[in-house]
Design a protein around this ligand. Structure first.
Ligand SMILES: [Zn+2]
Length: 552
């Protein structure tokens, strides 16, 4: 090979190596954020949209030694007036289907490929509108590579060597272990789960425990819920759990059973957490209304992974890493997941593009709790911390009909929370709190509602003195940041302006005569002060450094 050829070859090799390294870096970063092989959400097919799932009835046998599930799932369905030409469920590949009975008849010619299970209904006789499909299947579900961010089942052992099985699948949806619609817009109205395990294992699950049957050397736990629930919120665990129990005196009309499902080795510490949880509920009930699931329970379940908002069974794996906030001990993880009972479980987003409706609200709820227990200064400090964590690389809402993977990033928490903080300033304290309370409680349907950001905007506009569309757009759909300019225009006279912001924005301005809330019109505001005024001294906004100019 000639020298020139060798050089060209070396150069090409260098470029290829660099490209490979870049790919590996990208892949690592992608996986480390919220990458999953089974992203959830996006669009349903028209035939899926036409169906309505009314109830799931699970009969589950868990075999931890084989990391295997044996499931019979009956799904009660309401079909549209004109039956769909294809029945289609989201269900990842890899399970063995033993039988499928639809509308009372066994279906042999189903197809099960590309993470979908489907069949063509009979053409000679239309199925009943209220009908049922029963699917018997078994298999090894995906193991979670990095729960809860990359989810699946976690087949762990406790310190005494007993099985400890848990599940987290927000990023993936329930389709990784049962046939479902991969959307939050079609929650079932109710749920039953019978879960059989070897004695003496305990099975906490979604809903309320109705009975435990002994079948030889097995135990069967019967759980039911009469509330709608997201597919990723349907959850259970298997372990040597001790159900620490108490009662929550809810603001609602009834008392609520409260549990902390604890491993034996941590039960002393978890007795404290159960009390802490109840106290957190009292604060949230005063802010957002009664605990949403009184017929089921209030509960947290110890997990080997950090946490997740499973309805009536929040995962707790924070290992008692408490924060001391002005002399108050707070388990922020427990608090955050609890907030999701209102924001995420009760009020759910229809489109993962609006992830902030779960995470921004839950994060902001932490700050409201801190304010309640530790006061205003602690609240502002907490929000400043959240604002410092904003990365602002892409908008909080980065499109429409997005999957979990496309939509998820840290700003849905921190910038989402910062936006609610700003909105509180814009509306004023009492209107904002009233607005927030009613966002949770104005539900026409039992068990909450499924919404998008436009619904929240519509709700906010009912409370605001002027439409807040531009504010929503600026903070949630762009990465632009407020930059305040303060120009000295004459002795003791200043012009405050917000370049690039074409809507009136209230701003806290503190001049020599004190602090005021001023609406800054698009053309700017003139004010008198001896010396430059301070702008937004409490940091109600996520913004750039204020630019002071003009000689004095
Ligand atoms: Zn969260």
């Amino acid at each position: 090979m000639q020298v020139k050829g060798i050089k060209t070859f070396a150069k090409t090799l260098g470029i290829l190596l660099l490209a490979w390294l870049l790919f590996l870096t990208w892949r690592y970063y992608f996986k480390a954020s919220f990458g999953t092989d089974y992203p959830s959400g996006g669009r349903l097919t028209p035939s899926q949209r036409a169906m309505d799932i009314r109830a799931y009835h699970f009969d589950i046998h868990v075999k931890p030694e084989e990391k295997k599930l044996f499931i019979t799932l009956a799904i009660d369905l309401r079909l549209p007036q004109t039956p769909p030409d294809t029945m289609l469920f989201d269900f990842i590949d890899g399970y063995s289907i033993e039988s499928l009975v639809f509308d009372g008849r066994e279906v042999k010619n189903y197809f099960y490929t590309n993470n979908r299970l489907g069949w063509l209904p009979r053409t000679e006789k239309a199925p009943r509108r209220d009908t049922r499909v029963t699917i018997r299947y078994s298999g090894i579900p995906p193991e979670a590579p990095r729960p809860p961010w990359q989810g699946g089942f976690v087949w762990d052992k406790d310190s005494e060597g007993y099985h400890w099985v848990t599940l987290a699948c927000q990023g993936e949806g329930g389709k990784i272990w049962f046939p479902t619609m991969d959307t939050q817009t079609d929650k079932p109205d109710s749920l039953t789960m019978s879960i059989t395990v070897a004695a003496p294992y305990y099975v906490p699950a979604t809903g309320r425990l109705r009975a435990v049957d002994t079948l030889g050397d097995s135990l069967r736990y019967h759980w039911t819920s009469r509330y709608p629930v997201s597919s990723y919120g349907i959850n259970f665990g298997v372990g040597r759990y001790i159900p620490l129990s108490d009662t929550l005196n809810s603001r609602g009309p009834q008392t609520v059973p409260a549990f902390f499902y604890s491993l034996k080795e941590d039960s002393a510490e978890n007795v404290f957490l159960l009390q802490h949880l109840k106290q957190q509920v009292h604060v949230f009930e005063s802010l957002f209304g009664p605990y949403p699931w009184p017929d089921d329970k209030l509960a947290a379940m110890q997990t080997p992974y950090l946490g997740m908002e499973h309805q009536t069974l929040n995962a707790y794996g924070n290992r008692h890493r408490y924060e001391e906030i002005d002399g108050h001990t707070v388990d922020v993880l427990l608090l955050h997941e609890l907030a999701h009972e209102w924001w995420g479980n009760f009020i759910s987003t229809a489109d993962w593009a609006d992830f902030w409706l779960h995470e921004g609200f839950a994060t902001y709820s932490e700050a409201l709790y801190v304010e309640r227990i530790a006061g205003t200064t602690a609240y502002f400090d907490y929000m400043r911390r959240k604002m410092r964590a904003i990365r602002n690389r892409k908008p909080v809402i980065a499109g429409k009909n997005l999957s979990t993977t496309e939509a998820y990033n840290g700003d849905v928490y921190n910038k989402g929370a910062a936006f609610l903080h700003s909105l509180r300033f814009v509306l004023g304290d009492s209107l904002f709190k009233n607005m927030l309370y009613h966002w949770a409680t104005d539900s026409t349907t039992r068990g909450g509602k499924t919404v998008v950001t436009a619904d929240f905007l519509h709700h906010v506009n009912r409370y605001a003195s002027a439409p807040q569309d531009s504010l929503f757009h600026f903070f949630l759909k762009s990465t632009r940041r407020i930059e305040v300019h303060v120009d000295s225009v004459a002795a003791n006279r200043y012009r405050i302006s917000l370049p690039g912001i074409h809507f009136p924005l209230p701003l806290q301005v503190e001049g020599s005569s004190g602090a005021r809330k001023e609406i800054i019109p698009p053309g700017g505001l003139l004010m008198e002060s001896i010396g430059y005024p301070m702008i937004d001294p409490d940091d109600w906004y996520y913004k750039k450094e204020t630019v002071f100019s003009g000689g004095q």
